[in-house]
Design a protein around this ligand. Sequence first.
Ligand SMILES: *[C@@H]1O[C@H](CO)[C@@H](O)[C@H](O)[C@H]1NC(C)=O
Ligand SMILES: *[C@@H]1O[C@H](CO)[C@@H](O)[C@H](O)[C@H]1NC(C)=O
Ligand SMILES: *[C@@H]1O[C@H](CO)[C@@H](O)[C@H](O)[C@H]1NC(C)=O
Ligand SMILES: *[C@@H]1O[C@H](CO)[C@@H](O)[C@H](O)[C@H]1NC(C)=O
Ligand SMILES: *[C@@H]1O[C@H](CO)[C@@H](O)[C@H](O)[C@H]1NC(C)=O
Ligand SMILES: *[C@@H]1O[C@H](CO)[C@@H](O)[C@H](O)[C@H]1NC(C)=O
Ligand SMILES: *[C@@H]1O[C@H](CO)[C@@H](O)[C@H](O)[C@H]1NC(C)=O
Length: 377
Amino acid sequence: MPKISKGGPLSSKPYGVSAVLLARYTVILLAIALFYLNLVVAEESKPISPKSYQKLIGPGFSTNWFKTETPMKKYSEQNIKDVRDKGFKNLRLRCRADLYSYNYTATNFTWFLKNLTTVVDHCLKHKVIPIVSWIHHQAEVCATQKDHDAYVAWWTAVAKELKDRHFNLAFNLFTELGEGECGTTSNESIRSRIDKYNKWTADVVAAIRGTGGNNGQRILILGSPGKTAKDLKNIKSTIYSNDSYMMAEWHIYASGPNKKKDGQKYWTGDGTTKGRENVKNAIYEATNFTKKYKLRTYLGAWMPQDNDGGKLNENEVISFARFFVSELRRIKIPWSLNVLDRYYDTKKKAWLTGKQKIKGQKLNMSRVLDNIREVMP
Ligand SMILES: *[C@@H]1O[C@H](CO)[C@@H](O)[C@H](O)[C@H]1NC(C)=O
Ligand SMILES: *[C@@H]1O[C@H](CO)[C@@H](O)[C@H](O)[C@H]1NC(C)=O
Ligand SMILES: *[C@@H]1O[C@H](CO)[C@@H](O)[C@H](O)[C@H]1NC(C)=O
Ligand SMILES: *[C@@H]1O[C@H](CO)[C@@H](O)[C@H](O)[C@H]1NC(C)=O
Ligand SMILES: *[C@@H]1O[C@H](CO)[C@@H](O)[C@H](O)[C@H]1NC(C)=O
Ligand SMILES: *[C@@H]1O[C@H](CO)[C@@H](O)[C@H](O)[C@H]1NC(C)=O
Ligand SMILES: *[C@@H]1O[C@H](CO)[C@@H](O)[C@H](O)[C@H]1NC(C)=O
């Protein structure tokens, strides 16, 4: 067996001095490295102001992975990488709470939580901002006490599961408050009852903040009581005035512009007739609100094509898209485009390039997306 020689490099004279020096430098270098590592780590886990968060959200997409009974059926981590590589920075993870019973300890709901965590973690890993949002149309419209309690319980379960995740994760309390029938004679919907909106929101904010971890200072994005920005002023200001980590969501053109004369979403040609003015007015509601109430906003849903009537041709779709995106960029409101699947095949992990027939209108959505990317922040 070879014996370790007593005259080995470390003990021999010529090498001894430099070995000591080397050790000393190594210690110093290590200390410096640790110092900077600490700074980086400390910075990474710091709460994010709404002003910075608005910049981080940037342009992105809304998603369908959690809108089906088998979550993530068509999902793969590559989807998230591809989104980021294309220059998009956020994904709105719309979650259908109505697919589950109100027993949030049920096995299929705990699976949902695990699946959601997987996607959130992939987003964080690939520098995409994950924004989780709740949907339950029946509950929004009926809005009974039981619905309220289940809403708070849903968010409590989601918040607990994700409480230690990076501050880049945000919770968006409503996806969109809809209208509809509940079979009652009076209109009980949250949309028609601002008192209910405020109660549900205040209670859920308290519940989420109370789950601890990073949730005490995580960005929470309030829903608009009536979709668009003009209703934001109806949110009871005490819900956000003493909380430094609040924003609000609003949207318009969630199913695109159309050619309904005198409508709020009318657009034809290049928009000079009335379309551009419509866009500007819709946006004014948001910027005026922010100026007055000091709450920053995010636009959670829009699309450039006429998804109901198919009345806009490809050039009109593009001119609307370019104008809308440019205006939002000017006032620094970030957005999520409806919906990733329109532009990208999640199952095949490939961007779509063919023509698509949308309500009878043939559109090259790849060309539309190229135009959006040219003017987006
Ligand atoms: C989950 O289980 C509940 C209770 O069995 C059931 O009502 C619900 O439809 C299930 N949801 C999904 C998405 O499987
Ligand atoms: C909820 O689901 C869990 C797990 O499946 C079950 O043990 C429990 O009895 C259920 N609770 C109610 C109130 O149905
Ligand atoms: C969703 O979660 C369940 C339970 O943890 C797991 O079996 C399933 O593989 C997950 N789905 C995906 C696509 O990761
Ligand atoms: C309930 O009120 C909302 C908001 O005022 C309105 O948009 C909706 O049409 C009403 N729904 C019913 C069923 O009356
Ligand atoms: C505002 O928030 C701080 C800390 O979050 C709390 O100590 C204080 O009591 C709150 N003030 C009001 C008026 O709610
Ligand atoms: C917003 O403010 C501008 C400038 O103060 C004003 O001209 C405009 O009418 C306001 N618009 C809305 C929709 O409140
Ligand atoms: C759609 O536009 C893209 C450019 O974004 C182009 O590469 C593709 O060939 C077009 N597809 C068709 C069917 O014209």
